[in-house]
Design a binder for this molecule. Structure first.
Ligand code: ADP
Ligand code: MG
Length: 283
């Protein structure tokens, strides 16, 4: 659905490239995560992919057409959630959505229906200048869904939201995937990436170091052991190889004879893998 070949880009007054020789493809119907710390080049990449930043080298195609081959219908085809909300502060949320609706040459969704999805329907007629940061983020997010786009570019969509609203946004993203949409998701939140993404690319300092499914990354980088905590007068813990654990008498005796406190497989978290692969932390 999205194919990026040898993409590099340097900002005007900068001497070092913000992104360097990126190569990746996003499959039809998948959520592809771009995971990296602040300043890694995620937003730059998104802004290039949506045609906002020119002057790059390399090739980008979306649905079989290069960005140069697309005409204005590209903006009917894609939906974009920018990192920072940009709304008309003197207009209400409803008016903002109505205004942005006029940009599209395809049928749009009912603004109230969208506002309801993120709990803003009761504030629909309030001026956006009176909105909190989280409310602006939610409005920003639903704006990307206004014209039922086939491909979504979401730049840190849950950033700055409380857990309940973040959960809701993630559920909406998963629902978009169920509807067959393709989603390019930029995030520095490894929990979001782990939960939502079919595949993630790790990006640091403008370069991708690895692309794989969160599950594979965790399996390949974790230990195949089970850690058991149990009472033996006082709490004790032991680790056992996962392979052939059903035939391991030490393990079997512990779970038969002792009161268990906890039992965990020790696969890596995506955070562990990120540090191991890139040598950098996520925030
Ligand atoms: P991320 O979204 O991963 O946090 P960005 O793509 O925003 O990272 O930034 C990548 C690099 O490009 C950073 O070093 C940042 O300082 C730089 N950068 C971002 N925007 C601009 C700009 N408009 N002009 C010059 N440099 C920029
Ligand atoms: Mg960014």
């Amino acid at each position: 659905m999205i194919k990026v070949t040898n993409l590099s880009f340097t900002y005007h007054k900068s001497s070092i490239p913000a992104v360097k020789n990126l190569n990746f493809a996003v499959n039809d119907g998948e959520i592809f995560g771009f995971l990296g710390p602040s300043g890694a080049g995620k937003s730059t990449t998104q802004n290039i992919l949506i045609g906002l930043l020119g002057g790059y080298t390399g090739e980008i195609s979306v649905s079989g057409k290069t960005l140069q081959q697309w005409n204005h219908s590209f903006y009917d085809y894609i939906g974009v959630c920018f990192e920072l909300p940009n709304h008309y502060l003197k207009l209400s949320a409803r008016e903002n959505l109505q205004f942005f609706s006029t940009f599209y040459n395809v049928p749009v969704r009912d603004p109230v229906e969208l506002l309801k999805m993120v709990g803003l329907d009761t504030d629909a007629d309030k001026k956006v200048e009176g909105y909190s940061k989280g409310m602006k983020m939610r409005l920003n997010f639903i704006r990307s869904l206004l014209h039922k786009p086939q491909v979504l570019f979401l730049d840190e969509p849950t950033s700055g939201l409380d857990p309940v609203n973040a959960r809701n946004i993630k559920d909406i993203i998963l629902d978009q995937k169920r509807q067959g949409k393709t989603i390019f998701l930029t995030t520095h939140n490894m929990h979001d990436a782990d939960e939502l993404c079919d595949r993630v690319a790790f990006i640091t300092e403008g370069e991708i170091s690895i692309i794989d499914s969160p599950k594979q990354l965790k399996l390949q980088n974790g230990k195949r052991v089970v850690k058991v905590e149990y009472m033996n007068g006082s709490p004790e813990q032991r680790e056992f190889e996962m392979d052939l654990i059903g035939e391991n008498n030490d393990f079997l005796n512990i779970i038969k004879d002792h009161r268990l406190i906890s039992i965990h497989s020790e696969e890596a978290t995506l955070d562990d893998v990120f540090i191991k692969v890139t040598g950098k932390r996520l925030d």
